[in-house]
Design a protein around this ligand. Structure first.
Ligand code: ASP
Length: 328
């Protein structure tokens, strides 16, 4: 009897503690969205808008954004993989989540095993843009300028495995032209240098480039989608396919991830809050204005998103291996 009591009590307490933790979530502790790129870039912007939209469905919780930038997003992803699994630390990442396993030979986390998948957020097209002082005003003029400056052109990106890096690789291979790549910790600082004329070109998400294009801070040459975009600032831009590269298509997705082991109830609250946020008219309007497309409820389901990421890893791994690009 005594023995039974000794065993049963801690078990009961544990059960109560686990239930209480899940019910209390998010509790009084703030939630931190880790962005694996510098402030001022597209991933940062999606995270900040999402933080606002998820606040109410999470009972008015404080949601902070932490920019843990570097190494193409792998530093921030690793930070979340190793964070306490209580649901208070999540990662807002993009396509880099699926390309890192092939690009980084010593990736310190396992993409499919070390995260709980909260859900997918959006899909965002990219744009090919240039410094404002570039003497080309459309794609045909850019082609001429590139020909005349062979060997001297440089291309900014947000690090190995960043969306801008992948788009830049595709751009160079499509044009059969090598450019000097200049890596940054995110589009934020890369954009500052592009506007300042320190780098020539960049390919980046419309969430960050549309306002710069509209404000004439950078020159825009093409979009990376199959169809032209409806966004006012981008509607006159040709697709890369229109200008002659029939296989050129890049779309960046964003998703939300938590460390492995977050209690199912907390995970459900995060996923429910994400679904509510993705229907928030203000969030949807702001995202659409920037060219981002919110995904359907089905794609926000954790299992569905994990399946998608597994497929993306399988899609990108052979492409990256064939390109022979990697980091140790
Ligand atoms: N847009 C960047 C990329 O190229 C990352 C960022 O700053 O959001 O992946």
């Amino acid at each position: 009897m005594k023995l039974l009591y000794k065993t049963a009590l801690p078990m009961a307490l544990l059960a109560v503690a686990a239930t209480a933790g899940a019910q209390d979530f998010p509790g009084s502790k703030p939630i931190t969205i880790v962005v694996p790129f510098a402030a001022g870039g597209p991933t940062d912007l999606v995270a900040r808008q999402l933080a606002e939209a998820m606040r109410k469905p999470l009972g008015g919780a404080t949601i902070l954004v932490d920019n843990a930038a570097g190494a193409g997003g792998t530093i921030g992803a690793n930070k979340v993989a190793k964070a306490s699994a209580d649901g208070h630390t999540v990662l807002l990442h993009h396509i880099g989540v699926a390309t890192a396993p092939a690009l980084y030979r010593n990736l310190p986390y396992k993409t499919l095993d070390d995260f709980e998948y909260v859900g997918m957020v959006n899909e965002v097209p990219m744009t090919v843009i240039g410094r404002p002082t570039l003497p080309a005003n459309n794609y045909a003029e850019l082609t001429k300028w590139l020909e005349a400056n062979k060997g001297k052109v440089n291309l900014a990106n947000a690090g190995l495995g960043a969306a801008s890096h992948l788009c830049g690789l595709l751009f160079q291979s499509s044009l059969k032209m090598e450019m000097t790549t200049v890596p940054y910790k995110g589009t934020g600082p890369a954009m500052t240098d592009l506007i300042g004329g320190q780098v020539d070109l960049m390919c980046d998400q419309t969430t960050n480039t549309s306002s710069q294009i509209e404000g004439k801070k950078v020159k825009a040459f093409a979009v990376t989608t199959r169809q032209r975009l409806a966004t006012p600032a981008l509607k006159d831009l040709p697709t890369m396919q229109e200008v002659g590269y029939k296989d050129f298509e890049v779309n960046v997705f964003h998703g939300l991830y938590a460390p492995k082991g977050v209690p199912a109830a907390a995970l459900k609250k995060l996923n429910d809050a994400l679904k509510v946020a993705l229907k928030d008219p203000d969030f949807v309007r702001r995202q659409n204005e920037l060219g981002a497309v919110i995904v359907s409820d089905k794609r926000v389901e954790p299992a569905e998103h994990k399946k998608f990421i597994a497929a993306e890893i399988n899609k990108w791994t052979p492409v990256i291996r064939a390109a022979g690009v990697y980091a140790d």
